[in-house]
Design a protein around this ligand. Structure first.
Ligand SMILES: N=CN[C@@H](CCC(=O)O)C(=O)O
Ligand SMILES: [Zn+2]
Length: 425
């Protein structure tokens, strides 16, 4: 806990996203940033104590100013710390040779079906010690932090056996304690069919349901239960069975849906009441409609489409049809080896037709809702966790206009300055 109060003043634009804590933003509401010019925030401990113009807060706290740490952000903008709601943070090794193979014409699924892809990272993750996994993941967490990210979701799924899934989930818990970024865990035992179950994927689903889910729930290792629902991986029937079983253990469904082919993943997400359906590059019209009706958040991963050289998800259409859209890196060693959430915002503008205002909503409050944390983070409001990002641009549109650059100046995490002048302190 920080003893000294923090006063951040003179933000050219302070994007608060006020009033969005209870439900994610949809349609034109995704553009309502609730911005304050010459904005200021007062922080006590790990919480936001007051939000307003610099003049208002100077008047309110005039008797406390002398003891406070004052941060002047003149010429810069301030927004909530970014939230990344879909990552495969904890893994070992890298797969640059597969990138080279894809550049030479191989497809992502061909590589996976020949024992590479997720299987290659599974072998490396099984062989790595827990300490090694933590060491490699800490590097990625630092990179996220330097890009202004203050919360990440992290999936297991490179074990495909209990021993390794457990190792990944334990590592995620330790990383949450060791690093300033908050980590929210998802169990993804059904990320691929392991080699020894190739001929009997149903038996693998049963193994997860009977032996893994009870342990995940008993130890409180994850909030969410995810599956890769894709032709050649798990079917919609298998996905339904697993996600329904997870619900009986209190695990909220998430789903990797319609990434490579249309496979009714978006429809299934609506049916099982998933908090989010992710990827959605090939989601059907009906699937998008059903998601909007059921309030399933669409977590779009424009970096994955970019890196797989595939057509991006229809972000513009989803927003217009009432899906609450969030954005994420998908940080993983195969289809999206990046920790730059801001670059995802650039890509969403350029390849999905989303606007600079919408992509801010999609990486703050809607991303927070996609991990069930809308009441705690994702907007600058009194009582919320003091997770704040200061960017060295004079207005929020320049964040997208000067694309592919890291504009992070200062990051405050839970009331502590953790990045200053673009460097971790
Ligand atoms: N598509 C499935 N899973 C990951 C990729 C994992 C990997 O290739 O290692 C994704 O979300 O893109
Ligand atoms: Zn993923």
């Amino acid at each position: 806990m920080n003893n000294k109060s923090i006063f951040i003043k003179n933000a050219n634009q302070m994007i608060t996203l006020k009033g969005s804590s209870s439900t994610p933003l949809t349609k034109e509401k995704m553009s309502e940033l609730n911005m304050i010019e010459n904005g200021a925030v007062w922080i006590e401990g790990d919480r936001i104590d007051a939000v307003g113009t610099t003049e208002e807060l100077l008047a309110k706290y005039k008797n406390k100013l002398e003891e406070a740490e004052v941060i002047d952000v003149t010429g810069k903008i301030m927004l909530p710390g970014l939230v990344d709601p879909h990552t495969h943070l904890v893994y070992a090794g890298s797969r640059e040779e597969e990138f080279n193979m894809r550049l030479n014409g191989a497809t992502y699924m061909e590589i996976m079906n020949n024992g590479g892809g997720i299987h290659a990272t599974t072998s490396k993750t099984r062989a790595a010690s827990e300490d090694r996994l933590i060491e490699e993941s800490l590097v990625r967490l630092d990179r996220f932090l330097l890009h202004g990210v203050t919360t990440v979701e992290a999936k297991s799924g490179y074990g495909l056996d209990w021993e390794t899934e457990y190792k990944q989930l334990r590592a995620a818990k330790k990383l949450d304690e060791m690093h300033s970024i908050d980590i929210i865990s998802t169990f993804m035992g059904a990320h691929a069919v392991p080699a020894d179950f190739k001929e009997k994927p149903d038996a693998f689903i049963d193994l997860i349901i009977e032996e893994m889910l009870p342990k995940v729930a008993a130890e409180g290792l994850a909030d969410f239960n995810d599956i890769f629902c894709e032709r050649g991986v798990f079917t919609p029937e298998q996905s339904r069975k697993l996600l329904e079983a997870g619900k009986s253990y209190g695990l909220i469904p998430k789903i990797h849906a319609d990434e490579i082919e249309p496979y009714e993943g978006a429809e299934l997400a609506a049916e099982v009441g998933a908090i989010s359906a992710d990827h959605l590059l090939r989601a059907s019209e009906n699937g998008i409609k059903r998601m909007a009706e059921a309030g399933v958040i669409g977590v779009l991963l424009p970096g994955t489409a970019f890196f797989l050289m595939a057509e991006a998800a229809k972000g513009r259409k989803m927003v217009d049809q009432g899906v609450a859209v969030a954005l994420s890196t998908d940080c993983n060693p195969g289809s999206s080896p990046t920790c730059s959430t801001p670059f995802m915002m650039n890509l969403a503008c350029m390849n999905m037709g989303m606007t600079p205002a919408e992509v801010i909503t999609a990486t703050t409050i809607n991303a927070a809702h996609a991990i069930n944390r809308g009441n705690e983070i994702g907007s600058i409001e009194i009582g919320k966790k003091a997770d704040l990002l200061v960017l060295d641009v004079p207005n929020y549109m320049q964040m997208q206009y000067h694309y592919g650059m890291n504009h992070t100046d200062t990051v405050i995490k839970a009331g502590k300055v953790v990045v200053k002048g673009g460097t971790i302190v």
